[in-house]
Structure formats: C-alpha cells, structure tokens
Design a protein around this ligand. Structure first.
Ligand SMILES: NC(=O)c1ccc[n+]([C@@H]2O[C@H](COP(=O)([O-])OP(=O)(O)OC[C@H]3O[C@@H](n4cnc5c(N)ncnc54)[C@H](OP(=O)(O)O)[C@@H]3O)[C@@H](O)[C@H]2O)c1
Length: 305
C-alpha cells in the first residue's frame, strides 16, 4: 500500500465543543484527521484547535479554511436560543446566514463539501404527519427563517449537505432538555413541560453516525436526520422519569401558548426515511435513544447531574 493510501482525510469542525460537534469527534476520530475551532470552550483533546469567535473575527475563518485545506468542513455553530434570535435579528442573521455565505464561498473555492445542521423550525407545524424533505418551508420564528435562508445558500452547491434535526440529546453536558429534566427530578423539584409541541427527539450519536455514512458513501443534499418517535416535551420528560426511576408526579403538563417570545411549530416531527434508506441505518426511537444514553452514562463520568 502506497503512502497516499495511509493518509486520513482532513475534517474541520467549526464549533468543536458543541453537542453535535463533540459527538462527531467521537464518531470520526479513528478515520479522519480532525481539526477544530472553538469560541469559549476549548475541547479537551490533542486535536489541533483554533480559537475563533465568528462574529468578532469573521474574516479569519476563510484563511483558517484555505490554509488547512480540509477534505470536509462541518459547521455546528449557531445561537441555540430561539427566543434570543427573535429579539436579536442582526446577530442571528450574521451568525446563521452571512457567515454561512462566507463558508460556502471558501469551501467551494477549495472543493470541500460543507455540512450544516438545520431544524424543524423551518416548518410552520400545521401538517398532521411528519414532515419530509419535499414539504414547503414556512418558518414561524426568526431563528427558523435564518436557518431556512442558510439552507438555501448551502444547497446552491451540489456537494454540500444539510441535515435537519430536532431536540438533540445524549449523555452530554450540552444536552439541554434531558439535563434540565434529570437534574430537577433528581433534586425532587417540580418542572412544567409542554404538551402542545411535538418533536422527533434525536440521539446525537445517530446524527454523527448518519453523517459518517453519508460522507463515506459520497452522498450530498438535504436530509431529515431525526429520531423515530414523535412526542411532546411532556411525554419525553415522563419517559426520562420512567427510565431513570424518578417521580413522574414532579412533571406538570402545561401548554406553551403565550409563554415563549418566538413561536414554535406544534408539529416539529421529521420523517427521516430518505436518509435511512440511502445509508441503510435506522435512527433510534425514544426507548432505544434513552437506553443508549443510559449505557453511555456508565462510561462517561457523571459531570452534570
Ligand atoms: N441541539 C438541538 O436540539 C438542535 C436542533 C436542531 C438543529 N440544531 C443545529 O445543530 C447545530 C449544532 O447544535 P448544538 O446543539 O450541537 O450546538 P451547541 O451545543 O448549542 O453549541 C453551539 C456552538 O456554537 C459555538 N458558538 C456560538 N457562538 C459563537 C461565535 N460567536 N463564534 C464561534 N462559535 C460560536 C459554540 O462555541 P463555544 O462553546 O466554544 O462558545 C458551540 O460550539 C446548530 O446549527 C443548531 O442550530 C440543533
């Protein structure tokens, strides 16, 4: 075997400490030469990493990419707070749309596919069954609008990938919903959880595995990448209580009306059949996902509960 065959492909993850970014590191680390950027949170690893605030140092990302010349670029950077985006349009537009434009341009110059993560918030949630890639987008929130605008820019280049996902969770310090539920239930504190918004909650490890398969098999385009089970936050919290042995009576059902500054789709459930058939991989249902989380809790230290 010649030396060229032994060379690993270079992967740049922008936002290496994010929930999805760090899960991708785990999935890809044996097969790819991994490079990272971070803003406030350096990654505890030996991978080469560059500190870069995309808002303050916008011009630098293009030179980081062209100097590294990666085979693939994965951008996980975003404002996760949908309500913040509703009141901070300029910042949301800059981070989600303008910077995407910069990335698409530099990645296409070096013929490197760019991977982007989008959301069920591109839909208005009025459909009665799960959304497919063919459904018309009609975001209710500014967050959803910026993610939809970014998708369009990314998909102008045939080699790029957009994965739409929803309520991502795992045994991870940034798994916001599951950590909030488990922390409160463990302390015996009551929580309220919405019954009128449903999503296909998604195990982070399923996203990284799907991406690995897509790249390995040279696929590109738009894919839904979400868990199998369409359920409300209330039902998700009840499932967590069941599996972790906490008191379900601490979870109080409530409705979202007038409690959030940004509207969310009532139905945020995504159908991932296109992806599953293409890469021959089944995304987890909620029981399989929580079981997998529990299994990894035995190997990853309990740092947040
Ligand atoms: N999590 C979900 O439920 C969900 C659902 C649908 C779609 N998505 C999408 O999936 C992607 C990844 O989400 P995630 O939940 O894994 O992210 P996350 O854990 O919330 O992390 C956000 C990332 O953005 C980085 N970041 C924020 N502001 C930055 C700035 N000004 N400059 C540079 N980096 C900055 C953070 O870096 P530091 O930590 O270093 O500051 C961090 O790496 C996002 O595009 C998100 O919209 C997520």
């Amino acid at each position: 075997m010649g030396q060229i065959d032994l060379m690993k492909k270079k992967l740049l993850i922008i936002g290496g400490a994010s929930l999805i970014g760090s899960t991708i590191i785990n999935e890809f680390k044996n097969d790819y030469d991994i490079h990272l950027t971070y803003n406030k949170t350096p990654v505890n690893s030996n991978f080469s990493q560059t500190k870069l605030n995309l808002l303050d140092e916008r011009n630098q990302i293009s030179s980081v990419i062209s100097n590294l010349n990666p085979d693939v670029v994965v951008n996980t950077v975003a404002y996760p707070n949908v309500d913040f985006c509703e009141t901070h349009h300029d910042e949301a537009n800059l981070l989600h749309v303008s910077i995407t434009d910069d990335l698409v341009s530099v990645c296409s110059d070096i013929s490197s596919p760019l991977v982007y993560f989008s959301t069920d918030a591109v839909f208005d949630g009025t459909k009665s069954i799960k959304y497919t890639e063919d459904d018309i987008t009609s975001p209710l929130s500014y967050y959803g609008k910026t993610k939809r605008d970014a998708e369009k820019i990314i998909l102008n280049i045939n080699e790029n990938i957009v994965l739409r996902t929803t309520v991502v969770y795992d045994w991870h310090i940034r798994s916001r919903f599951t950590n909030w539920v488990l922390k409160n239930l463990k302390q015996g504190s009551k929580i309220t959880a919405f019954t009128d918004q449903s999503n296909t909650a998604t195990l982070a490890g399923d996203i990284s595995h799907s991406l690995f398969c897509l790249l390995d098999q040279h696929h590109s385009g738009l894919f839904h990448c979400a868990g199998k089970t369409c359920l409300s936050r209330y039902d998700f919290a009840i499932k967590l209580a069941d599996y972790f042995g906490y008191d379900k009576k601490l979870i109080i059902p409530t409705i979202s009306k007038n409690t959030q500054s940004a509207s969310r789709p009532e139905n945020g459930c995504l159908d991932s059949s296109k992806l599953e058939e293409l890469i021959n991989f089944k995304l987890s249902n909620i029981d399989q996902g929580i079981t997998s989380m529990i299994n990894s809790s035995k190997t990853i230290p309990d740092i947040f509960l």
